[in-house]
Design a binder for this molecule. Sequence first.
Ligand code: 4AD
Ligand code: MG
Length: 465
Amino acid sequence: MDYKTRTKIARILIEGAIAVDTEVIILGWVRTVRISKNVAFVEVNDGSCMKNIQGVIENPENFPVLDKITTGAAVRMKGKLIESKGKGQKYEITVHSLDLVGVADSTYPIQTKRHTYEFLREIAHLRPRTNTFGAVNRLRSKIAFAIHKYYQERGFYYIQTPLISASDCEGAGDLFRVTTFNLDNIPRKEGAVDWHADFFGDETYLTVSGQLEGEVLATALGDIYTFGPTFRAENSNTSRHASEFWMIEPEMAWAELDDNMDLAEDFLKYLFHYALTECADDMEFFGQWIDKDLHRTLESVVNSEFERCSYTEAVKILEKAAQKFEFPIRWGLDLQSEHERYLTEKTFKKPVIVFDYPESIKSFYMRLNDDGRTVRGMDVLVPKVGEIIGGSQREERYDVLKDRMAKKGIKNLDNYFWYLDIRRWGTVPHSGFGLGFDRALMYMTGMTNIRDIQTFPRVPNWAKF
Ligand code: 4AD
Ligand code: MG
């Protein structure tokens, strides 16, 4: 085969790197075939970009293989690159030879132009071959690269934190247990499960966040970031929650909450700008088919200054709101997504960073303010998606942290000795946040369900494939 000598369609149609009259070999999957007496058109997509290239066959009677070349088939197409005579494409290929590599008969499920997302979720293994999911997956890759580029260029070190953990960073208890116990015969001691007999000699879970370990590395390397999978067993069947999702968690030593907000704002703007400029082809598709306002929205975020609003101020705004909310709102209660969306969509009409939340509703690690009732936490809220970033300045004072952990009722305080130790010796103010990668991509594409952003989604009652 011509794997090494083939030309990717992106080289021709996106990069414009191939001269007219060049002989090219295209390897890809057939999107449509039109055959008439004197001419046949075979449109092929190879995944390298959104666009298809059209093969023109001027003597179809000499190509008996055309009978078997149907939508979904894998083909090899060899011919000369020419400027297209037809409308809608700049170049096409005059085909000299056409081979069928992999058949796709009429049972191939992706036949019509548009399928519902619900239908496509049932064929998650085939949907990457559609326009929408091709674009989503290409964007995922490019934005992942942009994330590394952003931090590497700013002197942050990429660290890898463990996926198996003995601590519950968010303290929410939504943990997936990791065990090698035979579930039909769990060792017990004095009536309780004997976790000492388990693989790690302790209770262990899939991590919900790399933050705690990230803090350890930040207080040694200065600025670090993680970028990896996290797991949450919260049984919330919403369009924005997944049980397995990727998170980017920068952590900076010598940084306070304002520095953290500055980084979050600059980082988001960078990513949106990167998508608009470096992924223009796929972004154009999202703007045309998924959300007509997408470009306007993203450009306005890139060019606007994020609003910064304390939790106390936010509650005052919500209490005065003309809108009726499903959930109650008063000082001390957590903001629900309807409240978050009101603030970002109705009040400010741009991204909002809410900060200084009540101590009682936030995790143990957030730095206590002098008022004793609020902590230096922050959430970045964006229209349509709601919370996209959660972060804080960390409690760097040993005694205050220890008190707060005890007050929060953290069991196995011993398991956190290492987290406390970095406050014992050479403690420094430090801050960080977590950006949900999948939520960021929802925002960038206009896709409204996280199940259609993740390649193989993991949500309650769904881990099949
Ligand atoms: O607000 P969260 O829970 O914050 C943390 O985990 C901190 N330890 C981060 C840090 O300070 N280093 O989660 C951070 C972000 C959320 O804002 C959201 O974008 C995303 O992670 N997220 C989810 N995304 C998809 N599905 C879920 N179930 C998510 N839960 C959180
Ligand atoms: Mg949060």
